[in-house]
Design a protein around this ligand. Sequence first.
Ligand SMILES: [Ca+2]
Length: 319
Amino acid sequence: MKPISIIVDCDPGIDDTIALLTAFVSPELNILGITPVCGNQPLERTVRNALQVCELGGRPDIPVFAGCFRPMLREPIHGQFHGKTGLGNTVLPEPEKVAESKSAVDFLIETLTEAARTGERVTLCCLGPMTNLAVALRMKPQIAEGVERIVMMGGAYREPGNRTMTSEFNMLADPHAAHVVFSSGIPLVALALDATHQVMLKPEHVAEFSRVSGRISQTLAELMAFWDRNDVRRYGSRGGPLHDPLVMAYILAPHLFQTEKARVFVEHESELCMGQTIADWYGKSGLEPNADIVTKVDAEGVIAFFLDRLSRYAEKAVA
Ligand SMILES: [Ca+2]
């Protein structure tokens, strides 16, 4: 089967890093590029982290294109659970690799324009605030034709928010960008907190991951240990929700997920509910659904999926 061409739009980020490390060892995926954006950390740091993670994962061949410095309209906000560098307390070697001179927005426009021309559409994996894609869509709306679908992590539907009472971080960080993307007509799969809170990465999992993952085991163990929220009241157990990596799991093992269709609206005007994602589950808006929202996840299956993927770093075949 022909590999699925993807672009990973992200803000690494501990969970972005786990998603990238999974994609790197998945031959079903052809990673055309990584486009870091201002999000969990300022742009300078997310770009640097992306470069370091490419080298850690033995994939310096994948180009990294720096994205937008700021959200479309709002002041930047950054993540609260990723430590000072965005990778917890983990210090990776200085990257030898550098970012491409082309910007992420230009890369998206050129790649998706070509994809629209050839019909070989690209899947967009959105793991951060969606500023890059929204700006590209504003500059050239026709690029929507080059997108197979967007599989994104973000939002909170029946769950409350994680950054404010109503809102998940990626949506709050750039609600205007999210509004543009959800209004673009591109097919969209949404992995919101409703899905990601079903898959807790618990301390016992961390031990298992570090046992199987060969040469990246120490880094992975550090990153994953830092991810423990230690908030049993909220999550029902120790550990941290496996947000961004679920995007890769969804693409590669869709049988582990159930979805419901709905029209999604993103609040971008009210300060109280800024960034809230609202699903029209019962057709009150009179508008067609624009997203498949993941409602149920086979958590054990997903953990087993990641164990299998990350154990590939123990094999000689991976550089
Ligand atoms: Ca992220």
